[in-house]
Design a protein around this ligand. Sequence first.
Ligand SMILES: C[S@@+](CC[C@H](N)C(=O)[O-])C[C@H]1O[C@@H](n2cnc3c(N)ncnc32)[C@H](O)[C@@H]1O
Length: 300
Amino acid sequence: MNVFLVKDSVTVQEMVSQSTLALSAAGIAQPRLDAEILLAEIFGGRREDVYIQSDRVLNAEEVARYAHWIERRLAREPVATILGRREFWSLNFKVNSEVLIPRPETEGVIERLLALRDESRHRPQPNILDLCTGSGILAVVAAREIPASRVFAVDISAPALQVARENAQAHLVADRLVFFEGDLFEGWEAPECRELDFILCNPPYIESRLLPQLQPEIRDHEPALALDGGPDGLEFFKRIIPTAAERLRPGGFIIMEMGPEQAPAVTELMASQPALENIVVTRDYSGRDRVISARRASLG
Ligand SMILES: C[S@@+](CC[C@H](N)C(=O)[O-])C[C@H]1O[C@@H](n2cnc3c(N)ncnc32)[C@H](O)[C@@H]1O
């Protein structure tokens, strides 16, 4: 399908208008924004160039490339996978259809990590585990923000781990990051992971029955493995929290992202572990409960 009525010479401005109309007719939420972001890619990713160069005539190769991206967007593929990247913590991360696209609210996990690191005077060389690493955003940012840390990252998906490895290399922390393919704490072994200072985790937490109702960008283009939290959305919290309580060293912290409405249930799961104390829920930029942390009680 060609979405454009291409004349001999199409300007940037005309191209944005035509594609905005096509995206809008297809029910895409922010048609002009998406049209501009994709067109900016032709200019190397600078959105202001769409305005500065609005009268520029696009050549045939540029039109063909852009039309292909718009067709993918019309099929409800997210802009991030079309571009192959998404920004997180002001860094660009490679993404593809094998990984969850990084969400801004996940930055709350890193904010909590840094706050707890500062408050609790941790070992200068902390051991950090990122469970359910996906594209590796939490592991990579933790390694960059805490330069002496040793970071372990686990995912059950081999293709996701491949993306995470590439992100670790791109951000120059591959030498301090160890990746494992495993089912949460099972199927891999690292002695240091019995003495963890921090466990970070953004698990799948959507109730299975809600998956078919998600917007097509998520339902059809992000891996169900990254979304499906079981019948009540809490399956991963129930599996992770008891083992995490054993694997943390005294004074270590678990920090998890959750759905805002899950805060009472996840708080209860953490409170049911005698080894965990100081349970704190922090909010995301929209003011909704999003990140929960707890400390492994000190011995004696
Ligand atoms: C919500 S995504 C989080 C990805 C990334 N940490 C982020 O915040 O963007 C959850 C990840 O958990 C992984 N996963 C699902 N089941 C798992 C399991 N049993 N063990 C380990 N990882 C699992 C998925 O492959 C997916 O990459």
